[in-house]
Structure formats: C-alpha cells, structure tokens
Design a binder for this molecule. Structure first.
Ligand code: NAI
Ligand code: MG
Length: 462
C-alpha cells in the first residue's frame, strides 16, 4: 500500500541503507496518468531535434554526477566500485547514443503507381512501463528509457525493490535537461505491490521487462489483459566454448570475466564453460589458481568479488550448488558462503563445478552467482551439442583460431548474440536479447528503438 516503506540494504554489511516509500495502486495510477497526459501534451510538442538535445543533456548531467551515482550504485547493489563507475558511464552513453537518432526516425514512401501517394510515419508507442532488475539498476533503466524517449514515448519506471536508489536520482538529471514533468515517472516497491498494478494498467502500451522467467510469464499475462506489447529479457545459462586451438591466455581472461563480473549476477554471464578434453586439465588448473587469489570485500574497496544482492539470492546460490553436488557434480573449488573480515553481508566463494550429467541443476538453471559449471567435450561437434543443451538462448561465446568453426558455431547456436574470441565486447550499439526461455525482442543498438514506435501507413489517391 502507498505509505508503507520497504528497506533497501547494503549487501556487503547486510544492514539497512534506507527505507524507500512504496507506491501502491493509487500512486501507480497517478504515474501512468501523468505519463499519458505528457504523451499527448508537453512531450508531443517538443520537436525531435529538441528531444535529441535534451537526451544529450541527460548524458552530460549523469556524467557530471558520475562519482556520486557510482557510489550510491555500489552501496545499494554491492557491486565493486569500478564496475559501478563503468555502469554509470554506460548509462550516460545510452542517452547519448539514442540522442543521435531522435531526429532521424523517418518513414518510407511506398511506390503504388501514378494514382497514389503512400508513406509511413513513425508514431510513439505510448506510455511505457519499465520493470527493472537489481543487477544493473541504472544501466537497465537507461537501456529502455533512452530509446523510449528518443521515439517520443513516455515512461513509468519501476526499479527493483533491492536497488531503487539510482532510479530515484534520475528525475533530477531529466529535469536539468529540460524534459517536461510527467514524461518520466518512478514508482518504487516490491513486484506484487507496485510492478503488478503497473503492468496490469490499461494505460500502458508497452512493457519492457528484465528479470526471471517466471515473473516474465506473469508480466506477459498482465500485458496481454490489455493488449500491450512486451520486450522480455529473461536471463540465460550461456556457454563459453573453449576449443583446443584457442589462445590460452585470452580464453582464461574471457572465462573469468564472463562469470565473475558482478559476482556472476549478469543475465548474459558465461556461466557454462564447455572445454575440449585435450586442454581441460591445464585450463582448469589455471582457472582455479587464478580464482583462489581473488579478494573479497565491500564494493567501495574494489575487491575482485563483492557480495551478492540479498540473503535470498545467497541461499538460492548455495541451494543449487548443494543440490548439484548431491546429484553428482564435482566441486573443484569454492562452494561455500563466505564471511570476509568485519562484514556480515552476503558473500559466496567463487566456485567451479564439474558437471556430471547434463540434466544437473548447475547445467540447466540460472544460478546468478559466482558459480561456473564446466562441461568437457570430446571435440567441436560435441561442444556444440553441449553448448546447445539448455532451454535458454541469450548469448554464447567461442574461443578458437578456426574461423570456420567459429562461424559454424555462430550459425548453429540458439542465442541472440555470439562472442568470438572475446566476451561482452560491444554493448550500447550491439543488439541484445534472447531466444527460447531467454525471451524475445531486442534492446540496444538501432534494433532497441523498434519497441517504442508504431508505423502508420497513409495512402492517398491523387
Ligand atoms: P524477478 O524477475 O522477480 O524481479 C525482477 C523485477 O520484476 C523486479 O523489479 C521485481 O520487483 C519485478 N516483479 C516481481 N514480480 C512482479 C510482478 N508480479 N509484476 C510485475 N513486476 C514484478 O527476479 P528476482 O526474484 O529478483 O530474482 C530471481 C532470479 O531471477 C535471479 O536469481 C535470477 O536468476 C533471475 N534474474 C534475472 C535477471 C536478468 O537480468 N535477466 C535480473 C534479475 C533476476
Ligand atoms: Mg540495496
């Protein structure tokens, strides 16, 4: 109910950072109403060129306050400060990138012969809802909000209840940039209390959701009740394939980055290493050596591994590791909850599990923690089969010097994005989204705009 408060924690200490007021149905209704009024009113009268300038100013305002934003993101989510600094820059970059297209969204003319003139116009989709997860709070907000604004749509943002603070800072930058009141609204609270009434609201034309598969299904049903379109980014169990001919050092660095960035709480994490048998022993010993040197600590102290976001997440990670070991997976290192000096927060040791059977939980389920599952492949064809063996399909990586194998892999694998001899390069400019249980729709790049406008065709007999 509106008026209640929900705590946000510092995941490193486990202590309450602050209490955030909850928006219930009444405030959600007000937010949607404000965004609908702005859509037809103040925002509709801003020219595309001026929208572009405003988005550039949002990017500048974020950059100007980057240190403060990064500190808040670090405290609220637990992520190492250097990663939070990167997140804030990426958030600014989204606004800058989409500023460049706001005045270039133009339609086509369609040739129908001498008696007709036919053309298309792009129109903003309407008031949009953005349901944000806790792993990349400001980045995920900017990823959907910047293209929505570029296309002339308005927005209601619901940050995750674990990490609402940077979304609450955003309206100040939007105001400084001249974006009219009502164009962007932020409502806070848990999914059932705040997210549900928002996605069920008939005034919402499109829902952009990032989170778990089950909540995604619920959100799709809410959107279906009033025929809203959706973008669904539902995470993954993405493979990193390392073939015997791969550049050893590049593959080690890539594998570490793919799974231990943000303590593994990354939708596109490379959480399954699929490695060719002939190099497996050497590769695994080097990985273990490297992660046994990792430092732990508060995000502000820039450790290799920070805490995970919540006690619930910590227990989920521990549970999947335990169940996988009982089902035959072999623990190569880690596997336990960790208590670094003087910190009572939620830490988990970086962990490597050698999977037994492909049906084991650590192969099939998204863990969202610092846990790498290893599968050994006899050869390239076997690696491809193992890589493809889950219900997810978000991203996939391959390390090899053999171009034809890399391209064959790219063609065969179910994934929205394939990384060759690197992991995570690109970002703002490269389209991103899943297949299978990882969801549908594309964000980032020019593809990311398409959710936020509709095409109207006008045809005249002349
Ligand atoms: P979740 O999917 O429940 O939460 C994501 C967002 O959805 C949050 O803002 C939440 O408040 C909202 N939400 C929850 N119920 C809702 C409802 N009925 N209607 C509208 N909005 C609702 O995920 P949760 O519980 O935080 O994490 C569970 C697991 O989900 C993680 O362990 C991880 O595996 C996965 N996950 C995946 C993410 C990704 O990037 N794809 C991000 C966060 C979680
Ligand atoms: Mg928090």
């Amino acid at each position: 109910m509106s008026g209640d408060a929900h705590p946000s924690y510092d995941p490193a200490t486990g202590e309450v950072l602050c209490d955030v007021p909850v928006s219930g149905t009444d405030l959600v209704d007000e937010a949607v109403e404000a965004s609908r009024i702005a859509l037809k009113g103040a925002w509709a009268s801003v020219t595309p060129a001026e929208r572009s300038r405003m988005l550039n100013r949002v990017a500048q305002a974020i950059r100007k306050d980057a240190q403060r934003l990064a500190t808040v993101e670090c405290l609220d989510s637990g992520k190492p400060l250097r990663e939070a600094v990167g997140d804030i820059e990426t958030s600014a970059r989204y606004f800058e990138y989409y500023a460049g297209i706001a005045d270039k969204l133009q339609g086509d003319t369609i040739p129908l012969g001498p008696d007709f003139v036919s053309f298309t116009m792009h129109e903003p989709i309407g008031a949009t809802a953005h349901i944000i997860p806790w792993n990349f709070p400001l980045v995920t907000t900017a990823r959907g909000l910047a293209p929505a604004l570029a296309a002339g749509a308005t927005a209601v943002i619901k940050p995750a209840e674990q990490t609402p603070l940077t979304a609450l800072m955003l309206p100040v930058y939007l105001e400084q940039a001249g974006i009219p009141a009502g164009v962007v609204n932020v409502v806070c609270g848990p999914g059932k209390m705040t997210g549900a009434p928002l996605t069920q609201h008939p005034g919402i034309a499109h829902v952009t959701f990032t989170g778990s598969v089950d909540t995604g299904k619920t959100v799709m049903m809410s959107a279906a009740s009033h025929i809203a379109s959706t973008t669904m980014e539902l995470g993954g169990k993405s493979p990193v394939v390392v073939l015997a001919d791969a550049d050893f050092d590049a593959a080690i660095e890539g594998t570490l980055k793919a799974i231990f960035t943000n303590a593994g709480q990354v939708c596109s994490a490379g959480s399954r290493l699929v490695i060719e048998r002939s190099v497996a022993d050497k590769f695994l010993s080097e990985l273990i050596k490297r992660i046994e040197q990792f430092t732990f600590g508060h995000g502000l102290d820039n450790p290799n591994i920070g805490p995970v976001v919540s006690k619930q997440q910590l227990l989920k990670i521990e549970g999947i590791v335990r169940d996988s070991v009982s089902a035959g997976a072999e623990l190569l290192t880690g596997g336990n909850i960790k208590r670094p000096d003087k910190l009572n927060g939620w830490f988990f040791e970086p962990t490597i599990l050698l999977a037994g059977d492909s049906s084991t939980k650590c192969v099939q389920e998204e863990i969202f923690g610092p846990v790498l599952t290893v599968q050994i492949a006899a050869d390239f064809e076997h690696a491809l089969e193992l890589a493809e063996g889950t219900d997810f399909g978000l991203v996939a990586g391959i390390y090899t010097k053999d171009v034809s194998k890399a391209l064959r892999f790219s063609r065969k694998i179910s994934a929205g994005q394939v990384f060759i001899n690197q992991f995570f390069a690109g970002g703002v400019e490269t389209p991103f989204g899943g297949t299978k249980n990882s969801g549908f729709g594309r964000e980032k790049g020019l593809e990311g705009l398409k959710a936020y406008y509709t095409v109207k065709t006008v045809t005249a007999r002349i």
